[in-house]
Write a protein that binds this ligand. Structure first.
Ligand code: MTE
Ligand code: MO
Length: 254
């Protein structure tokens, strides 16, 4: 942890003032410190919840402009070997695990709306026929824990292209079966590691982790990874989110 604070202290506002003048506020929101970069910079083990909390506290106090001046938004999140997977992977939601929505996969259809050309709804079976990718990444929750898991599914940029989502639009929003909702900036939605996940650890996504699908976004904090998605929409109107509307930073990632 010391290293992180030192690194942060060594960059003063004076150092980046010329940068700050150049960059508009909107760009601050688009770019930022990637969670991967944060892991490397902090040099501490984020599996320990005390370290996670201090890194998150430090991050929230750290000027967005400093982040924008130093890091690129194209940074990839680190990936891990299977031996690093956290078992059991934690459950988290704004309610207890027993209350997670039980969706019928046979009748389920993913709705599409907004600035998307082909709004035909998708069944789980149809989504499974699309190219699938699997990745082992770290999930970091603002509540002070992190865990490594393996998610598999459709690279989301492929899906967005397939349905003709307007790439020039600002946001991709998500509505969930439990009333949860969140949104991402278009570059993050199209990030190569963002996956419409149908599997966890090589098996169909269990109810607790978001059946029939969650968006896995390893470059963002946990609350920007919606589970039990029922609708995806593309828009230029800021959609906010369940925690974002309570004051959590909307960007929360790289
Ligand atoms: N639909 C839905 N998605 C959600 C949440 C939720 O309450 N409902 N909680 C978020 C938060 S804060 C976290 S940390 C992760 C937890 O995912 P997990 O249960 O797979 O660990 O889901 C995110 N996505
Ligand atoms: Mo979270």
């Amino acid at each position: 942890m010391r290293k992180l604070f030192k690194a942060m202290r060594s960059v003063t506002l004076d150092d980046i003032k010329p940068e700050l003048k150049k960059i508009e506020r909107r760009n601050f929101l688009r770019q930022g410190l990637s969670l991967g970069a944060l892991t490397m910079l902090s040099g501490c083990d984020l599996s320990d919840s005390k370290s996670v909390q201090s890194v998150l506290d430090a991050m929230s106090h750290w000027n967005d402009g400093v982040q924008a001046a130093i890091f690129s938004k194209t940074t990839l999140a680190p990936t891990y070997p299977a031996s690093a997977i956290t078992k059991p992977f934690p459950f988290n939601a704004f309610y207890a695990e027993s209350r997670a929505p039980k969706i019928d996969g046979a009748t389920y259809r993913l709705k599409l709306s907004g600035k998307i050309k082909d709004k035909r709804p998708w069944s789980v079976e149809e989504l499974r026929k699309l190219p699938q990718e699997s990745q082992i990444t770290r999930h970091i929750c603002v509540e002070g824990w992190s865990a490594i898991g393996q998610w598999g599914g459709v690279p989301f940029h492929l899906f967005l292209d397939l349905v003709g989502a307007d790439k020039t639009a600002k946001y991709v929003g998500f509505k969930c079966a439990d009333g949860y909702y969140t949104s991402l900036d278009m570059p993050t939605a199209r990030h190569p590691q963002t996956i419409l996940a149908l599997d966890y650890a090589g098996e169909q996504l269990p109810v607790k982790y978001g059946y029939p699908m969650k968006l896995r976004v390893p470059t963002k904090l946990g609350f920007k990874n919606p589970k039990h998605i029922t609708e995806v929409f593309v828009t230029n109107d800021y959609p906010g989110g369940y925690w974002e509307d309570e004051g959590y930073n909307w960007f929360s990632g790289s």
